[in-house]
Structures are given as structure tokens and as C-alpha cells.
Write a protein that binds this ligand. Sequence first.
Ligand code: PGA
Length: 250
Amino acid sequence: MVGKLVAGNWKMNGLKADGVALARDIALRYAEADPDFAMLLCPPATLLDAVGAAIDGSGVLLGGQDCHAQDKGAHTGNVSAPMLADLGCSHVIVGHSERRQDHGEIDLAVSAKAEAAHRAGLTAIICIGETLKEREAGRALNVCSRQLAGSVPRTATADNTVIAYEPVWAIGTGLTPSTADVAEVHRHIRAELSRRLSGADAVPLLYGGSVKPGNAVELMSVPNVDGALVGGASLNAEDFWAIAQGCGDG
Ligand code: PGA
């Protein structure tokens, strides 16, 4: 792994003018800094083309927030992995908890999407994480094991797969697990992956859920945390950049 990966998930936010301005701001900082971390922007599908143009040549990477399991066909409203690749994406997020919740996506569907991403030459960022109820019941590790077993396809390698641990209760809430809890889950994920694929040590493991400038350095210093998946704070260039610099310190 070369440096940490800091990824911004814009979710359903951004119109053309503000999205392009935000992307340009980030791209300029990145290009000038010659940083030791990788940076990825995942804007909504409507902005991929414009954001791709705005970051062109800066070294900042482009990613989608979801893809369909099929490469093409009669699937109204969906976007396929080859379409994302065609727009210059290198990554795609699959199985985000908001998709699991809002769209009833189960592990099998997430695995098929990750496989579609791999077929298209994209790196799949596969999201997993427990709900508050599951954590309180002491089942966080079990849930992560189950989601890994179901959501990571056979096509996964250290080169085309990133795992994002995002406890559902930490997303958009301002709450974060203790560093000891993050360390425990990430160690567990690493061990589970080693049983599933060769080179598991090289699979980047991101932490996501209320990553902010004030907690980034601490979270990024946890063993087996190889970067961050950032939602809300990635919509502000200053905050996102501050988080990224926290990633660079590790
Ligand atoms: P948040 O979202 O940073 O706003 O908590 C993280 C995510 O959902 O990826």
C-alpha cells in the first residue's frame, strides 16, 4: 500500500457550479502539495463528468457511489460499472449502509456489484458495519464477518478491493467508536480477509463515520486503518483537506 487513501463521498449533494468549484479547490491543493496520500472524490453520478474534468491532471481520483451488477441493459435509472469507467472513474463504492437501508441491498447484491466493478477494471470500495443495536448486543464483529463473507466476491484481490468499516450509528451523527473499538474491528477484518484472499495484508481498510478534522489524526493512527471514507466533511474543501493532511501524517 502506498500511503493512505482519503475518499470523499458527496452522497446526494452538489449541483454543477458548487460541485465543480469544490472539486477544483481540492484538486488545486492536492496538485500543489505533492502529498503522500491518495485522494478520491465520489460525487453524485450527475457530476462525474464535470468533476472529472475539474480534477483532470491533478492526481485526484474519481469514483462512483454505486453501480449496477449488470454491465448494461433494461435497468431504468441505474448506472453500470463500465459507464463509470468510461467517465474516468477508478473506484466505486458498493454496499454503503444507506443503500443497504434505503434500497434493501443484501450482501449477495453487494457482492454482484463488486464483481461488476472488477469486470470493468474498477476498484470496489465494499462497505460494512454494524448498527447501534448490533453493537450494543456485542455482535459488531459477527456482523462484520457475515457482511465480509457475503459481500466480498471471489474476484477480489488486494489490487481491486478496498474495505470500508462504517459503523451505521457513526454515519452523519458526530459519534465515533473509541480508537480501541476501531482497532479491534479492523484487526478482525484483516484476519477475516486473510482467510479469504491472498495478499490480504495489502487490502486497504478505510474507517468511515463522522470523520472530522478534529478526530482524523487519532483515527488514522489506529493500526490497520489505511485511510478514511468521509461523508459530510468532504463537502467542505477546508475540512476535507484538513482530514486528508491527518491521513498524510500516518
Ligand atoms: P459521514 O458519512 O462522514 O457524514 O459520517 C460517512 C459515510 O457515510 O461514508
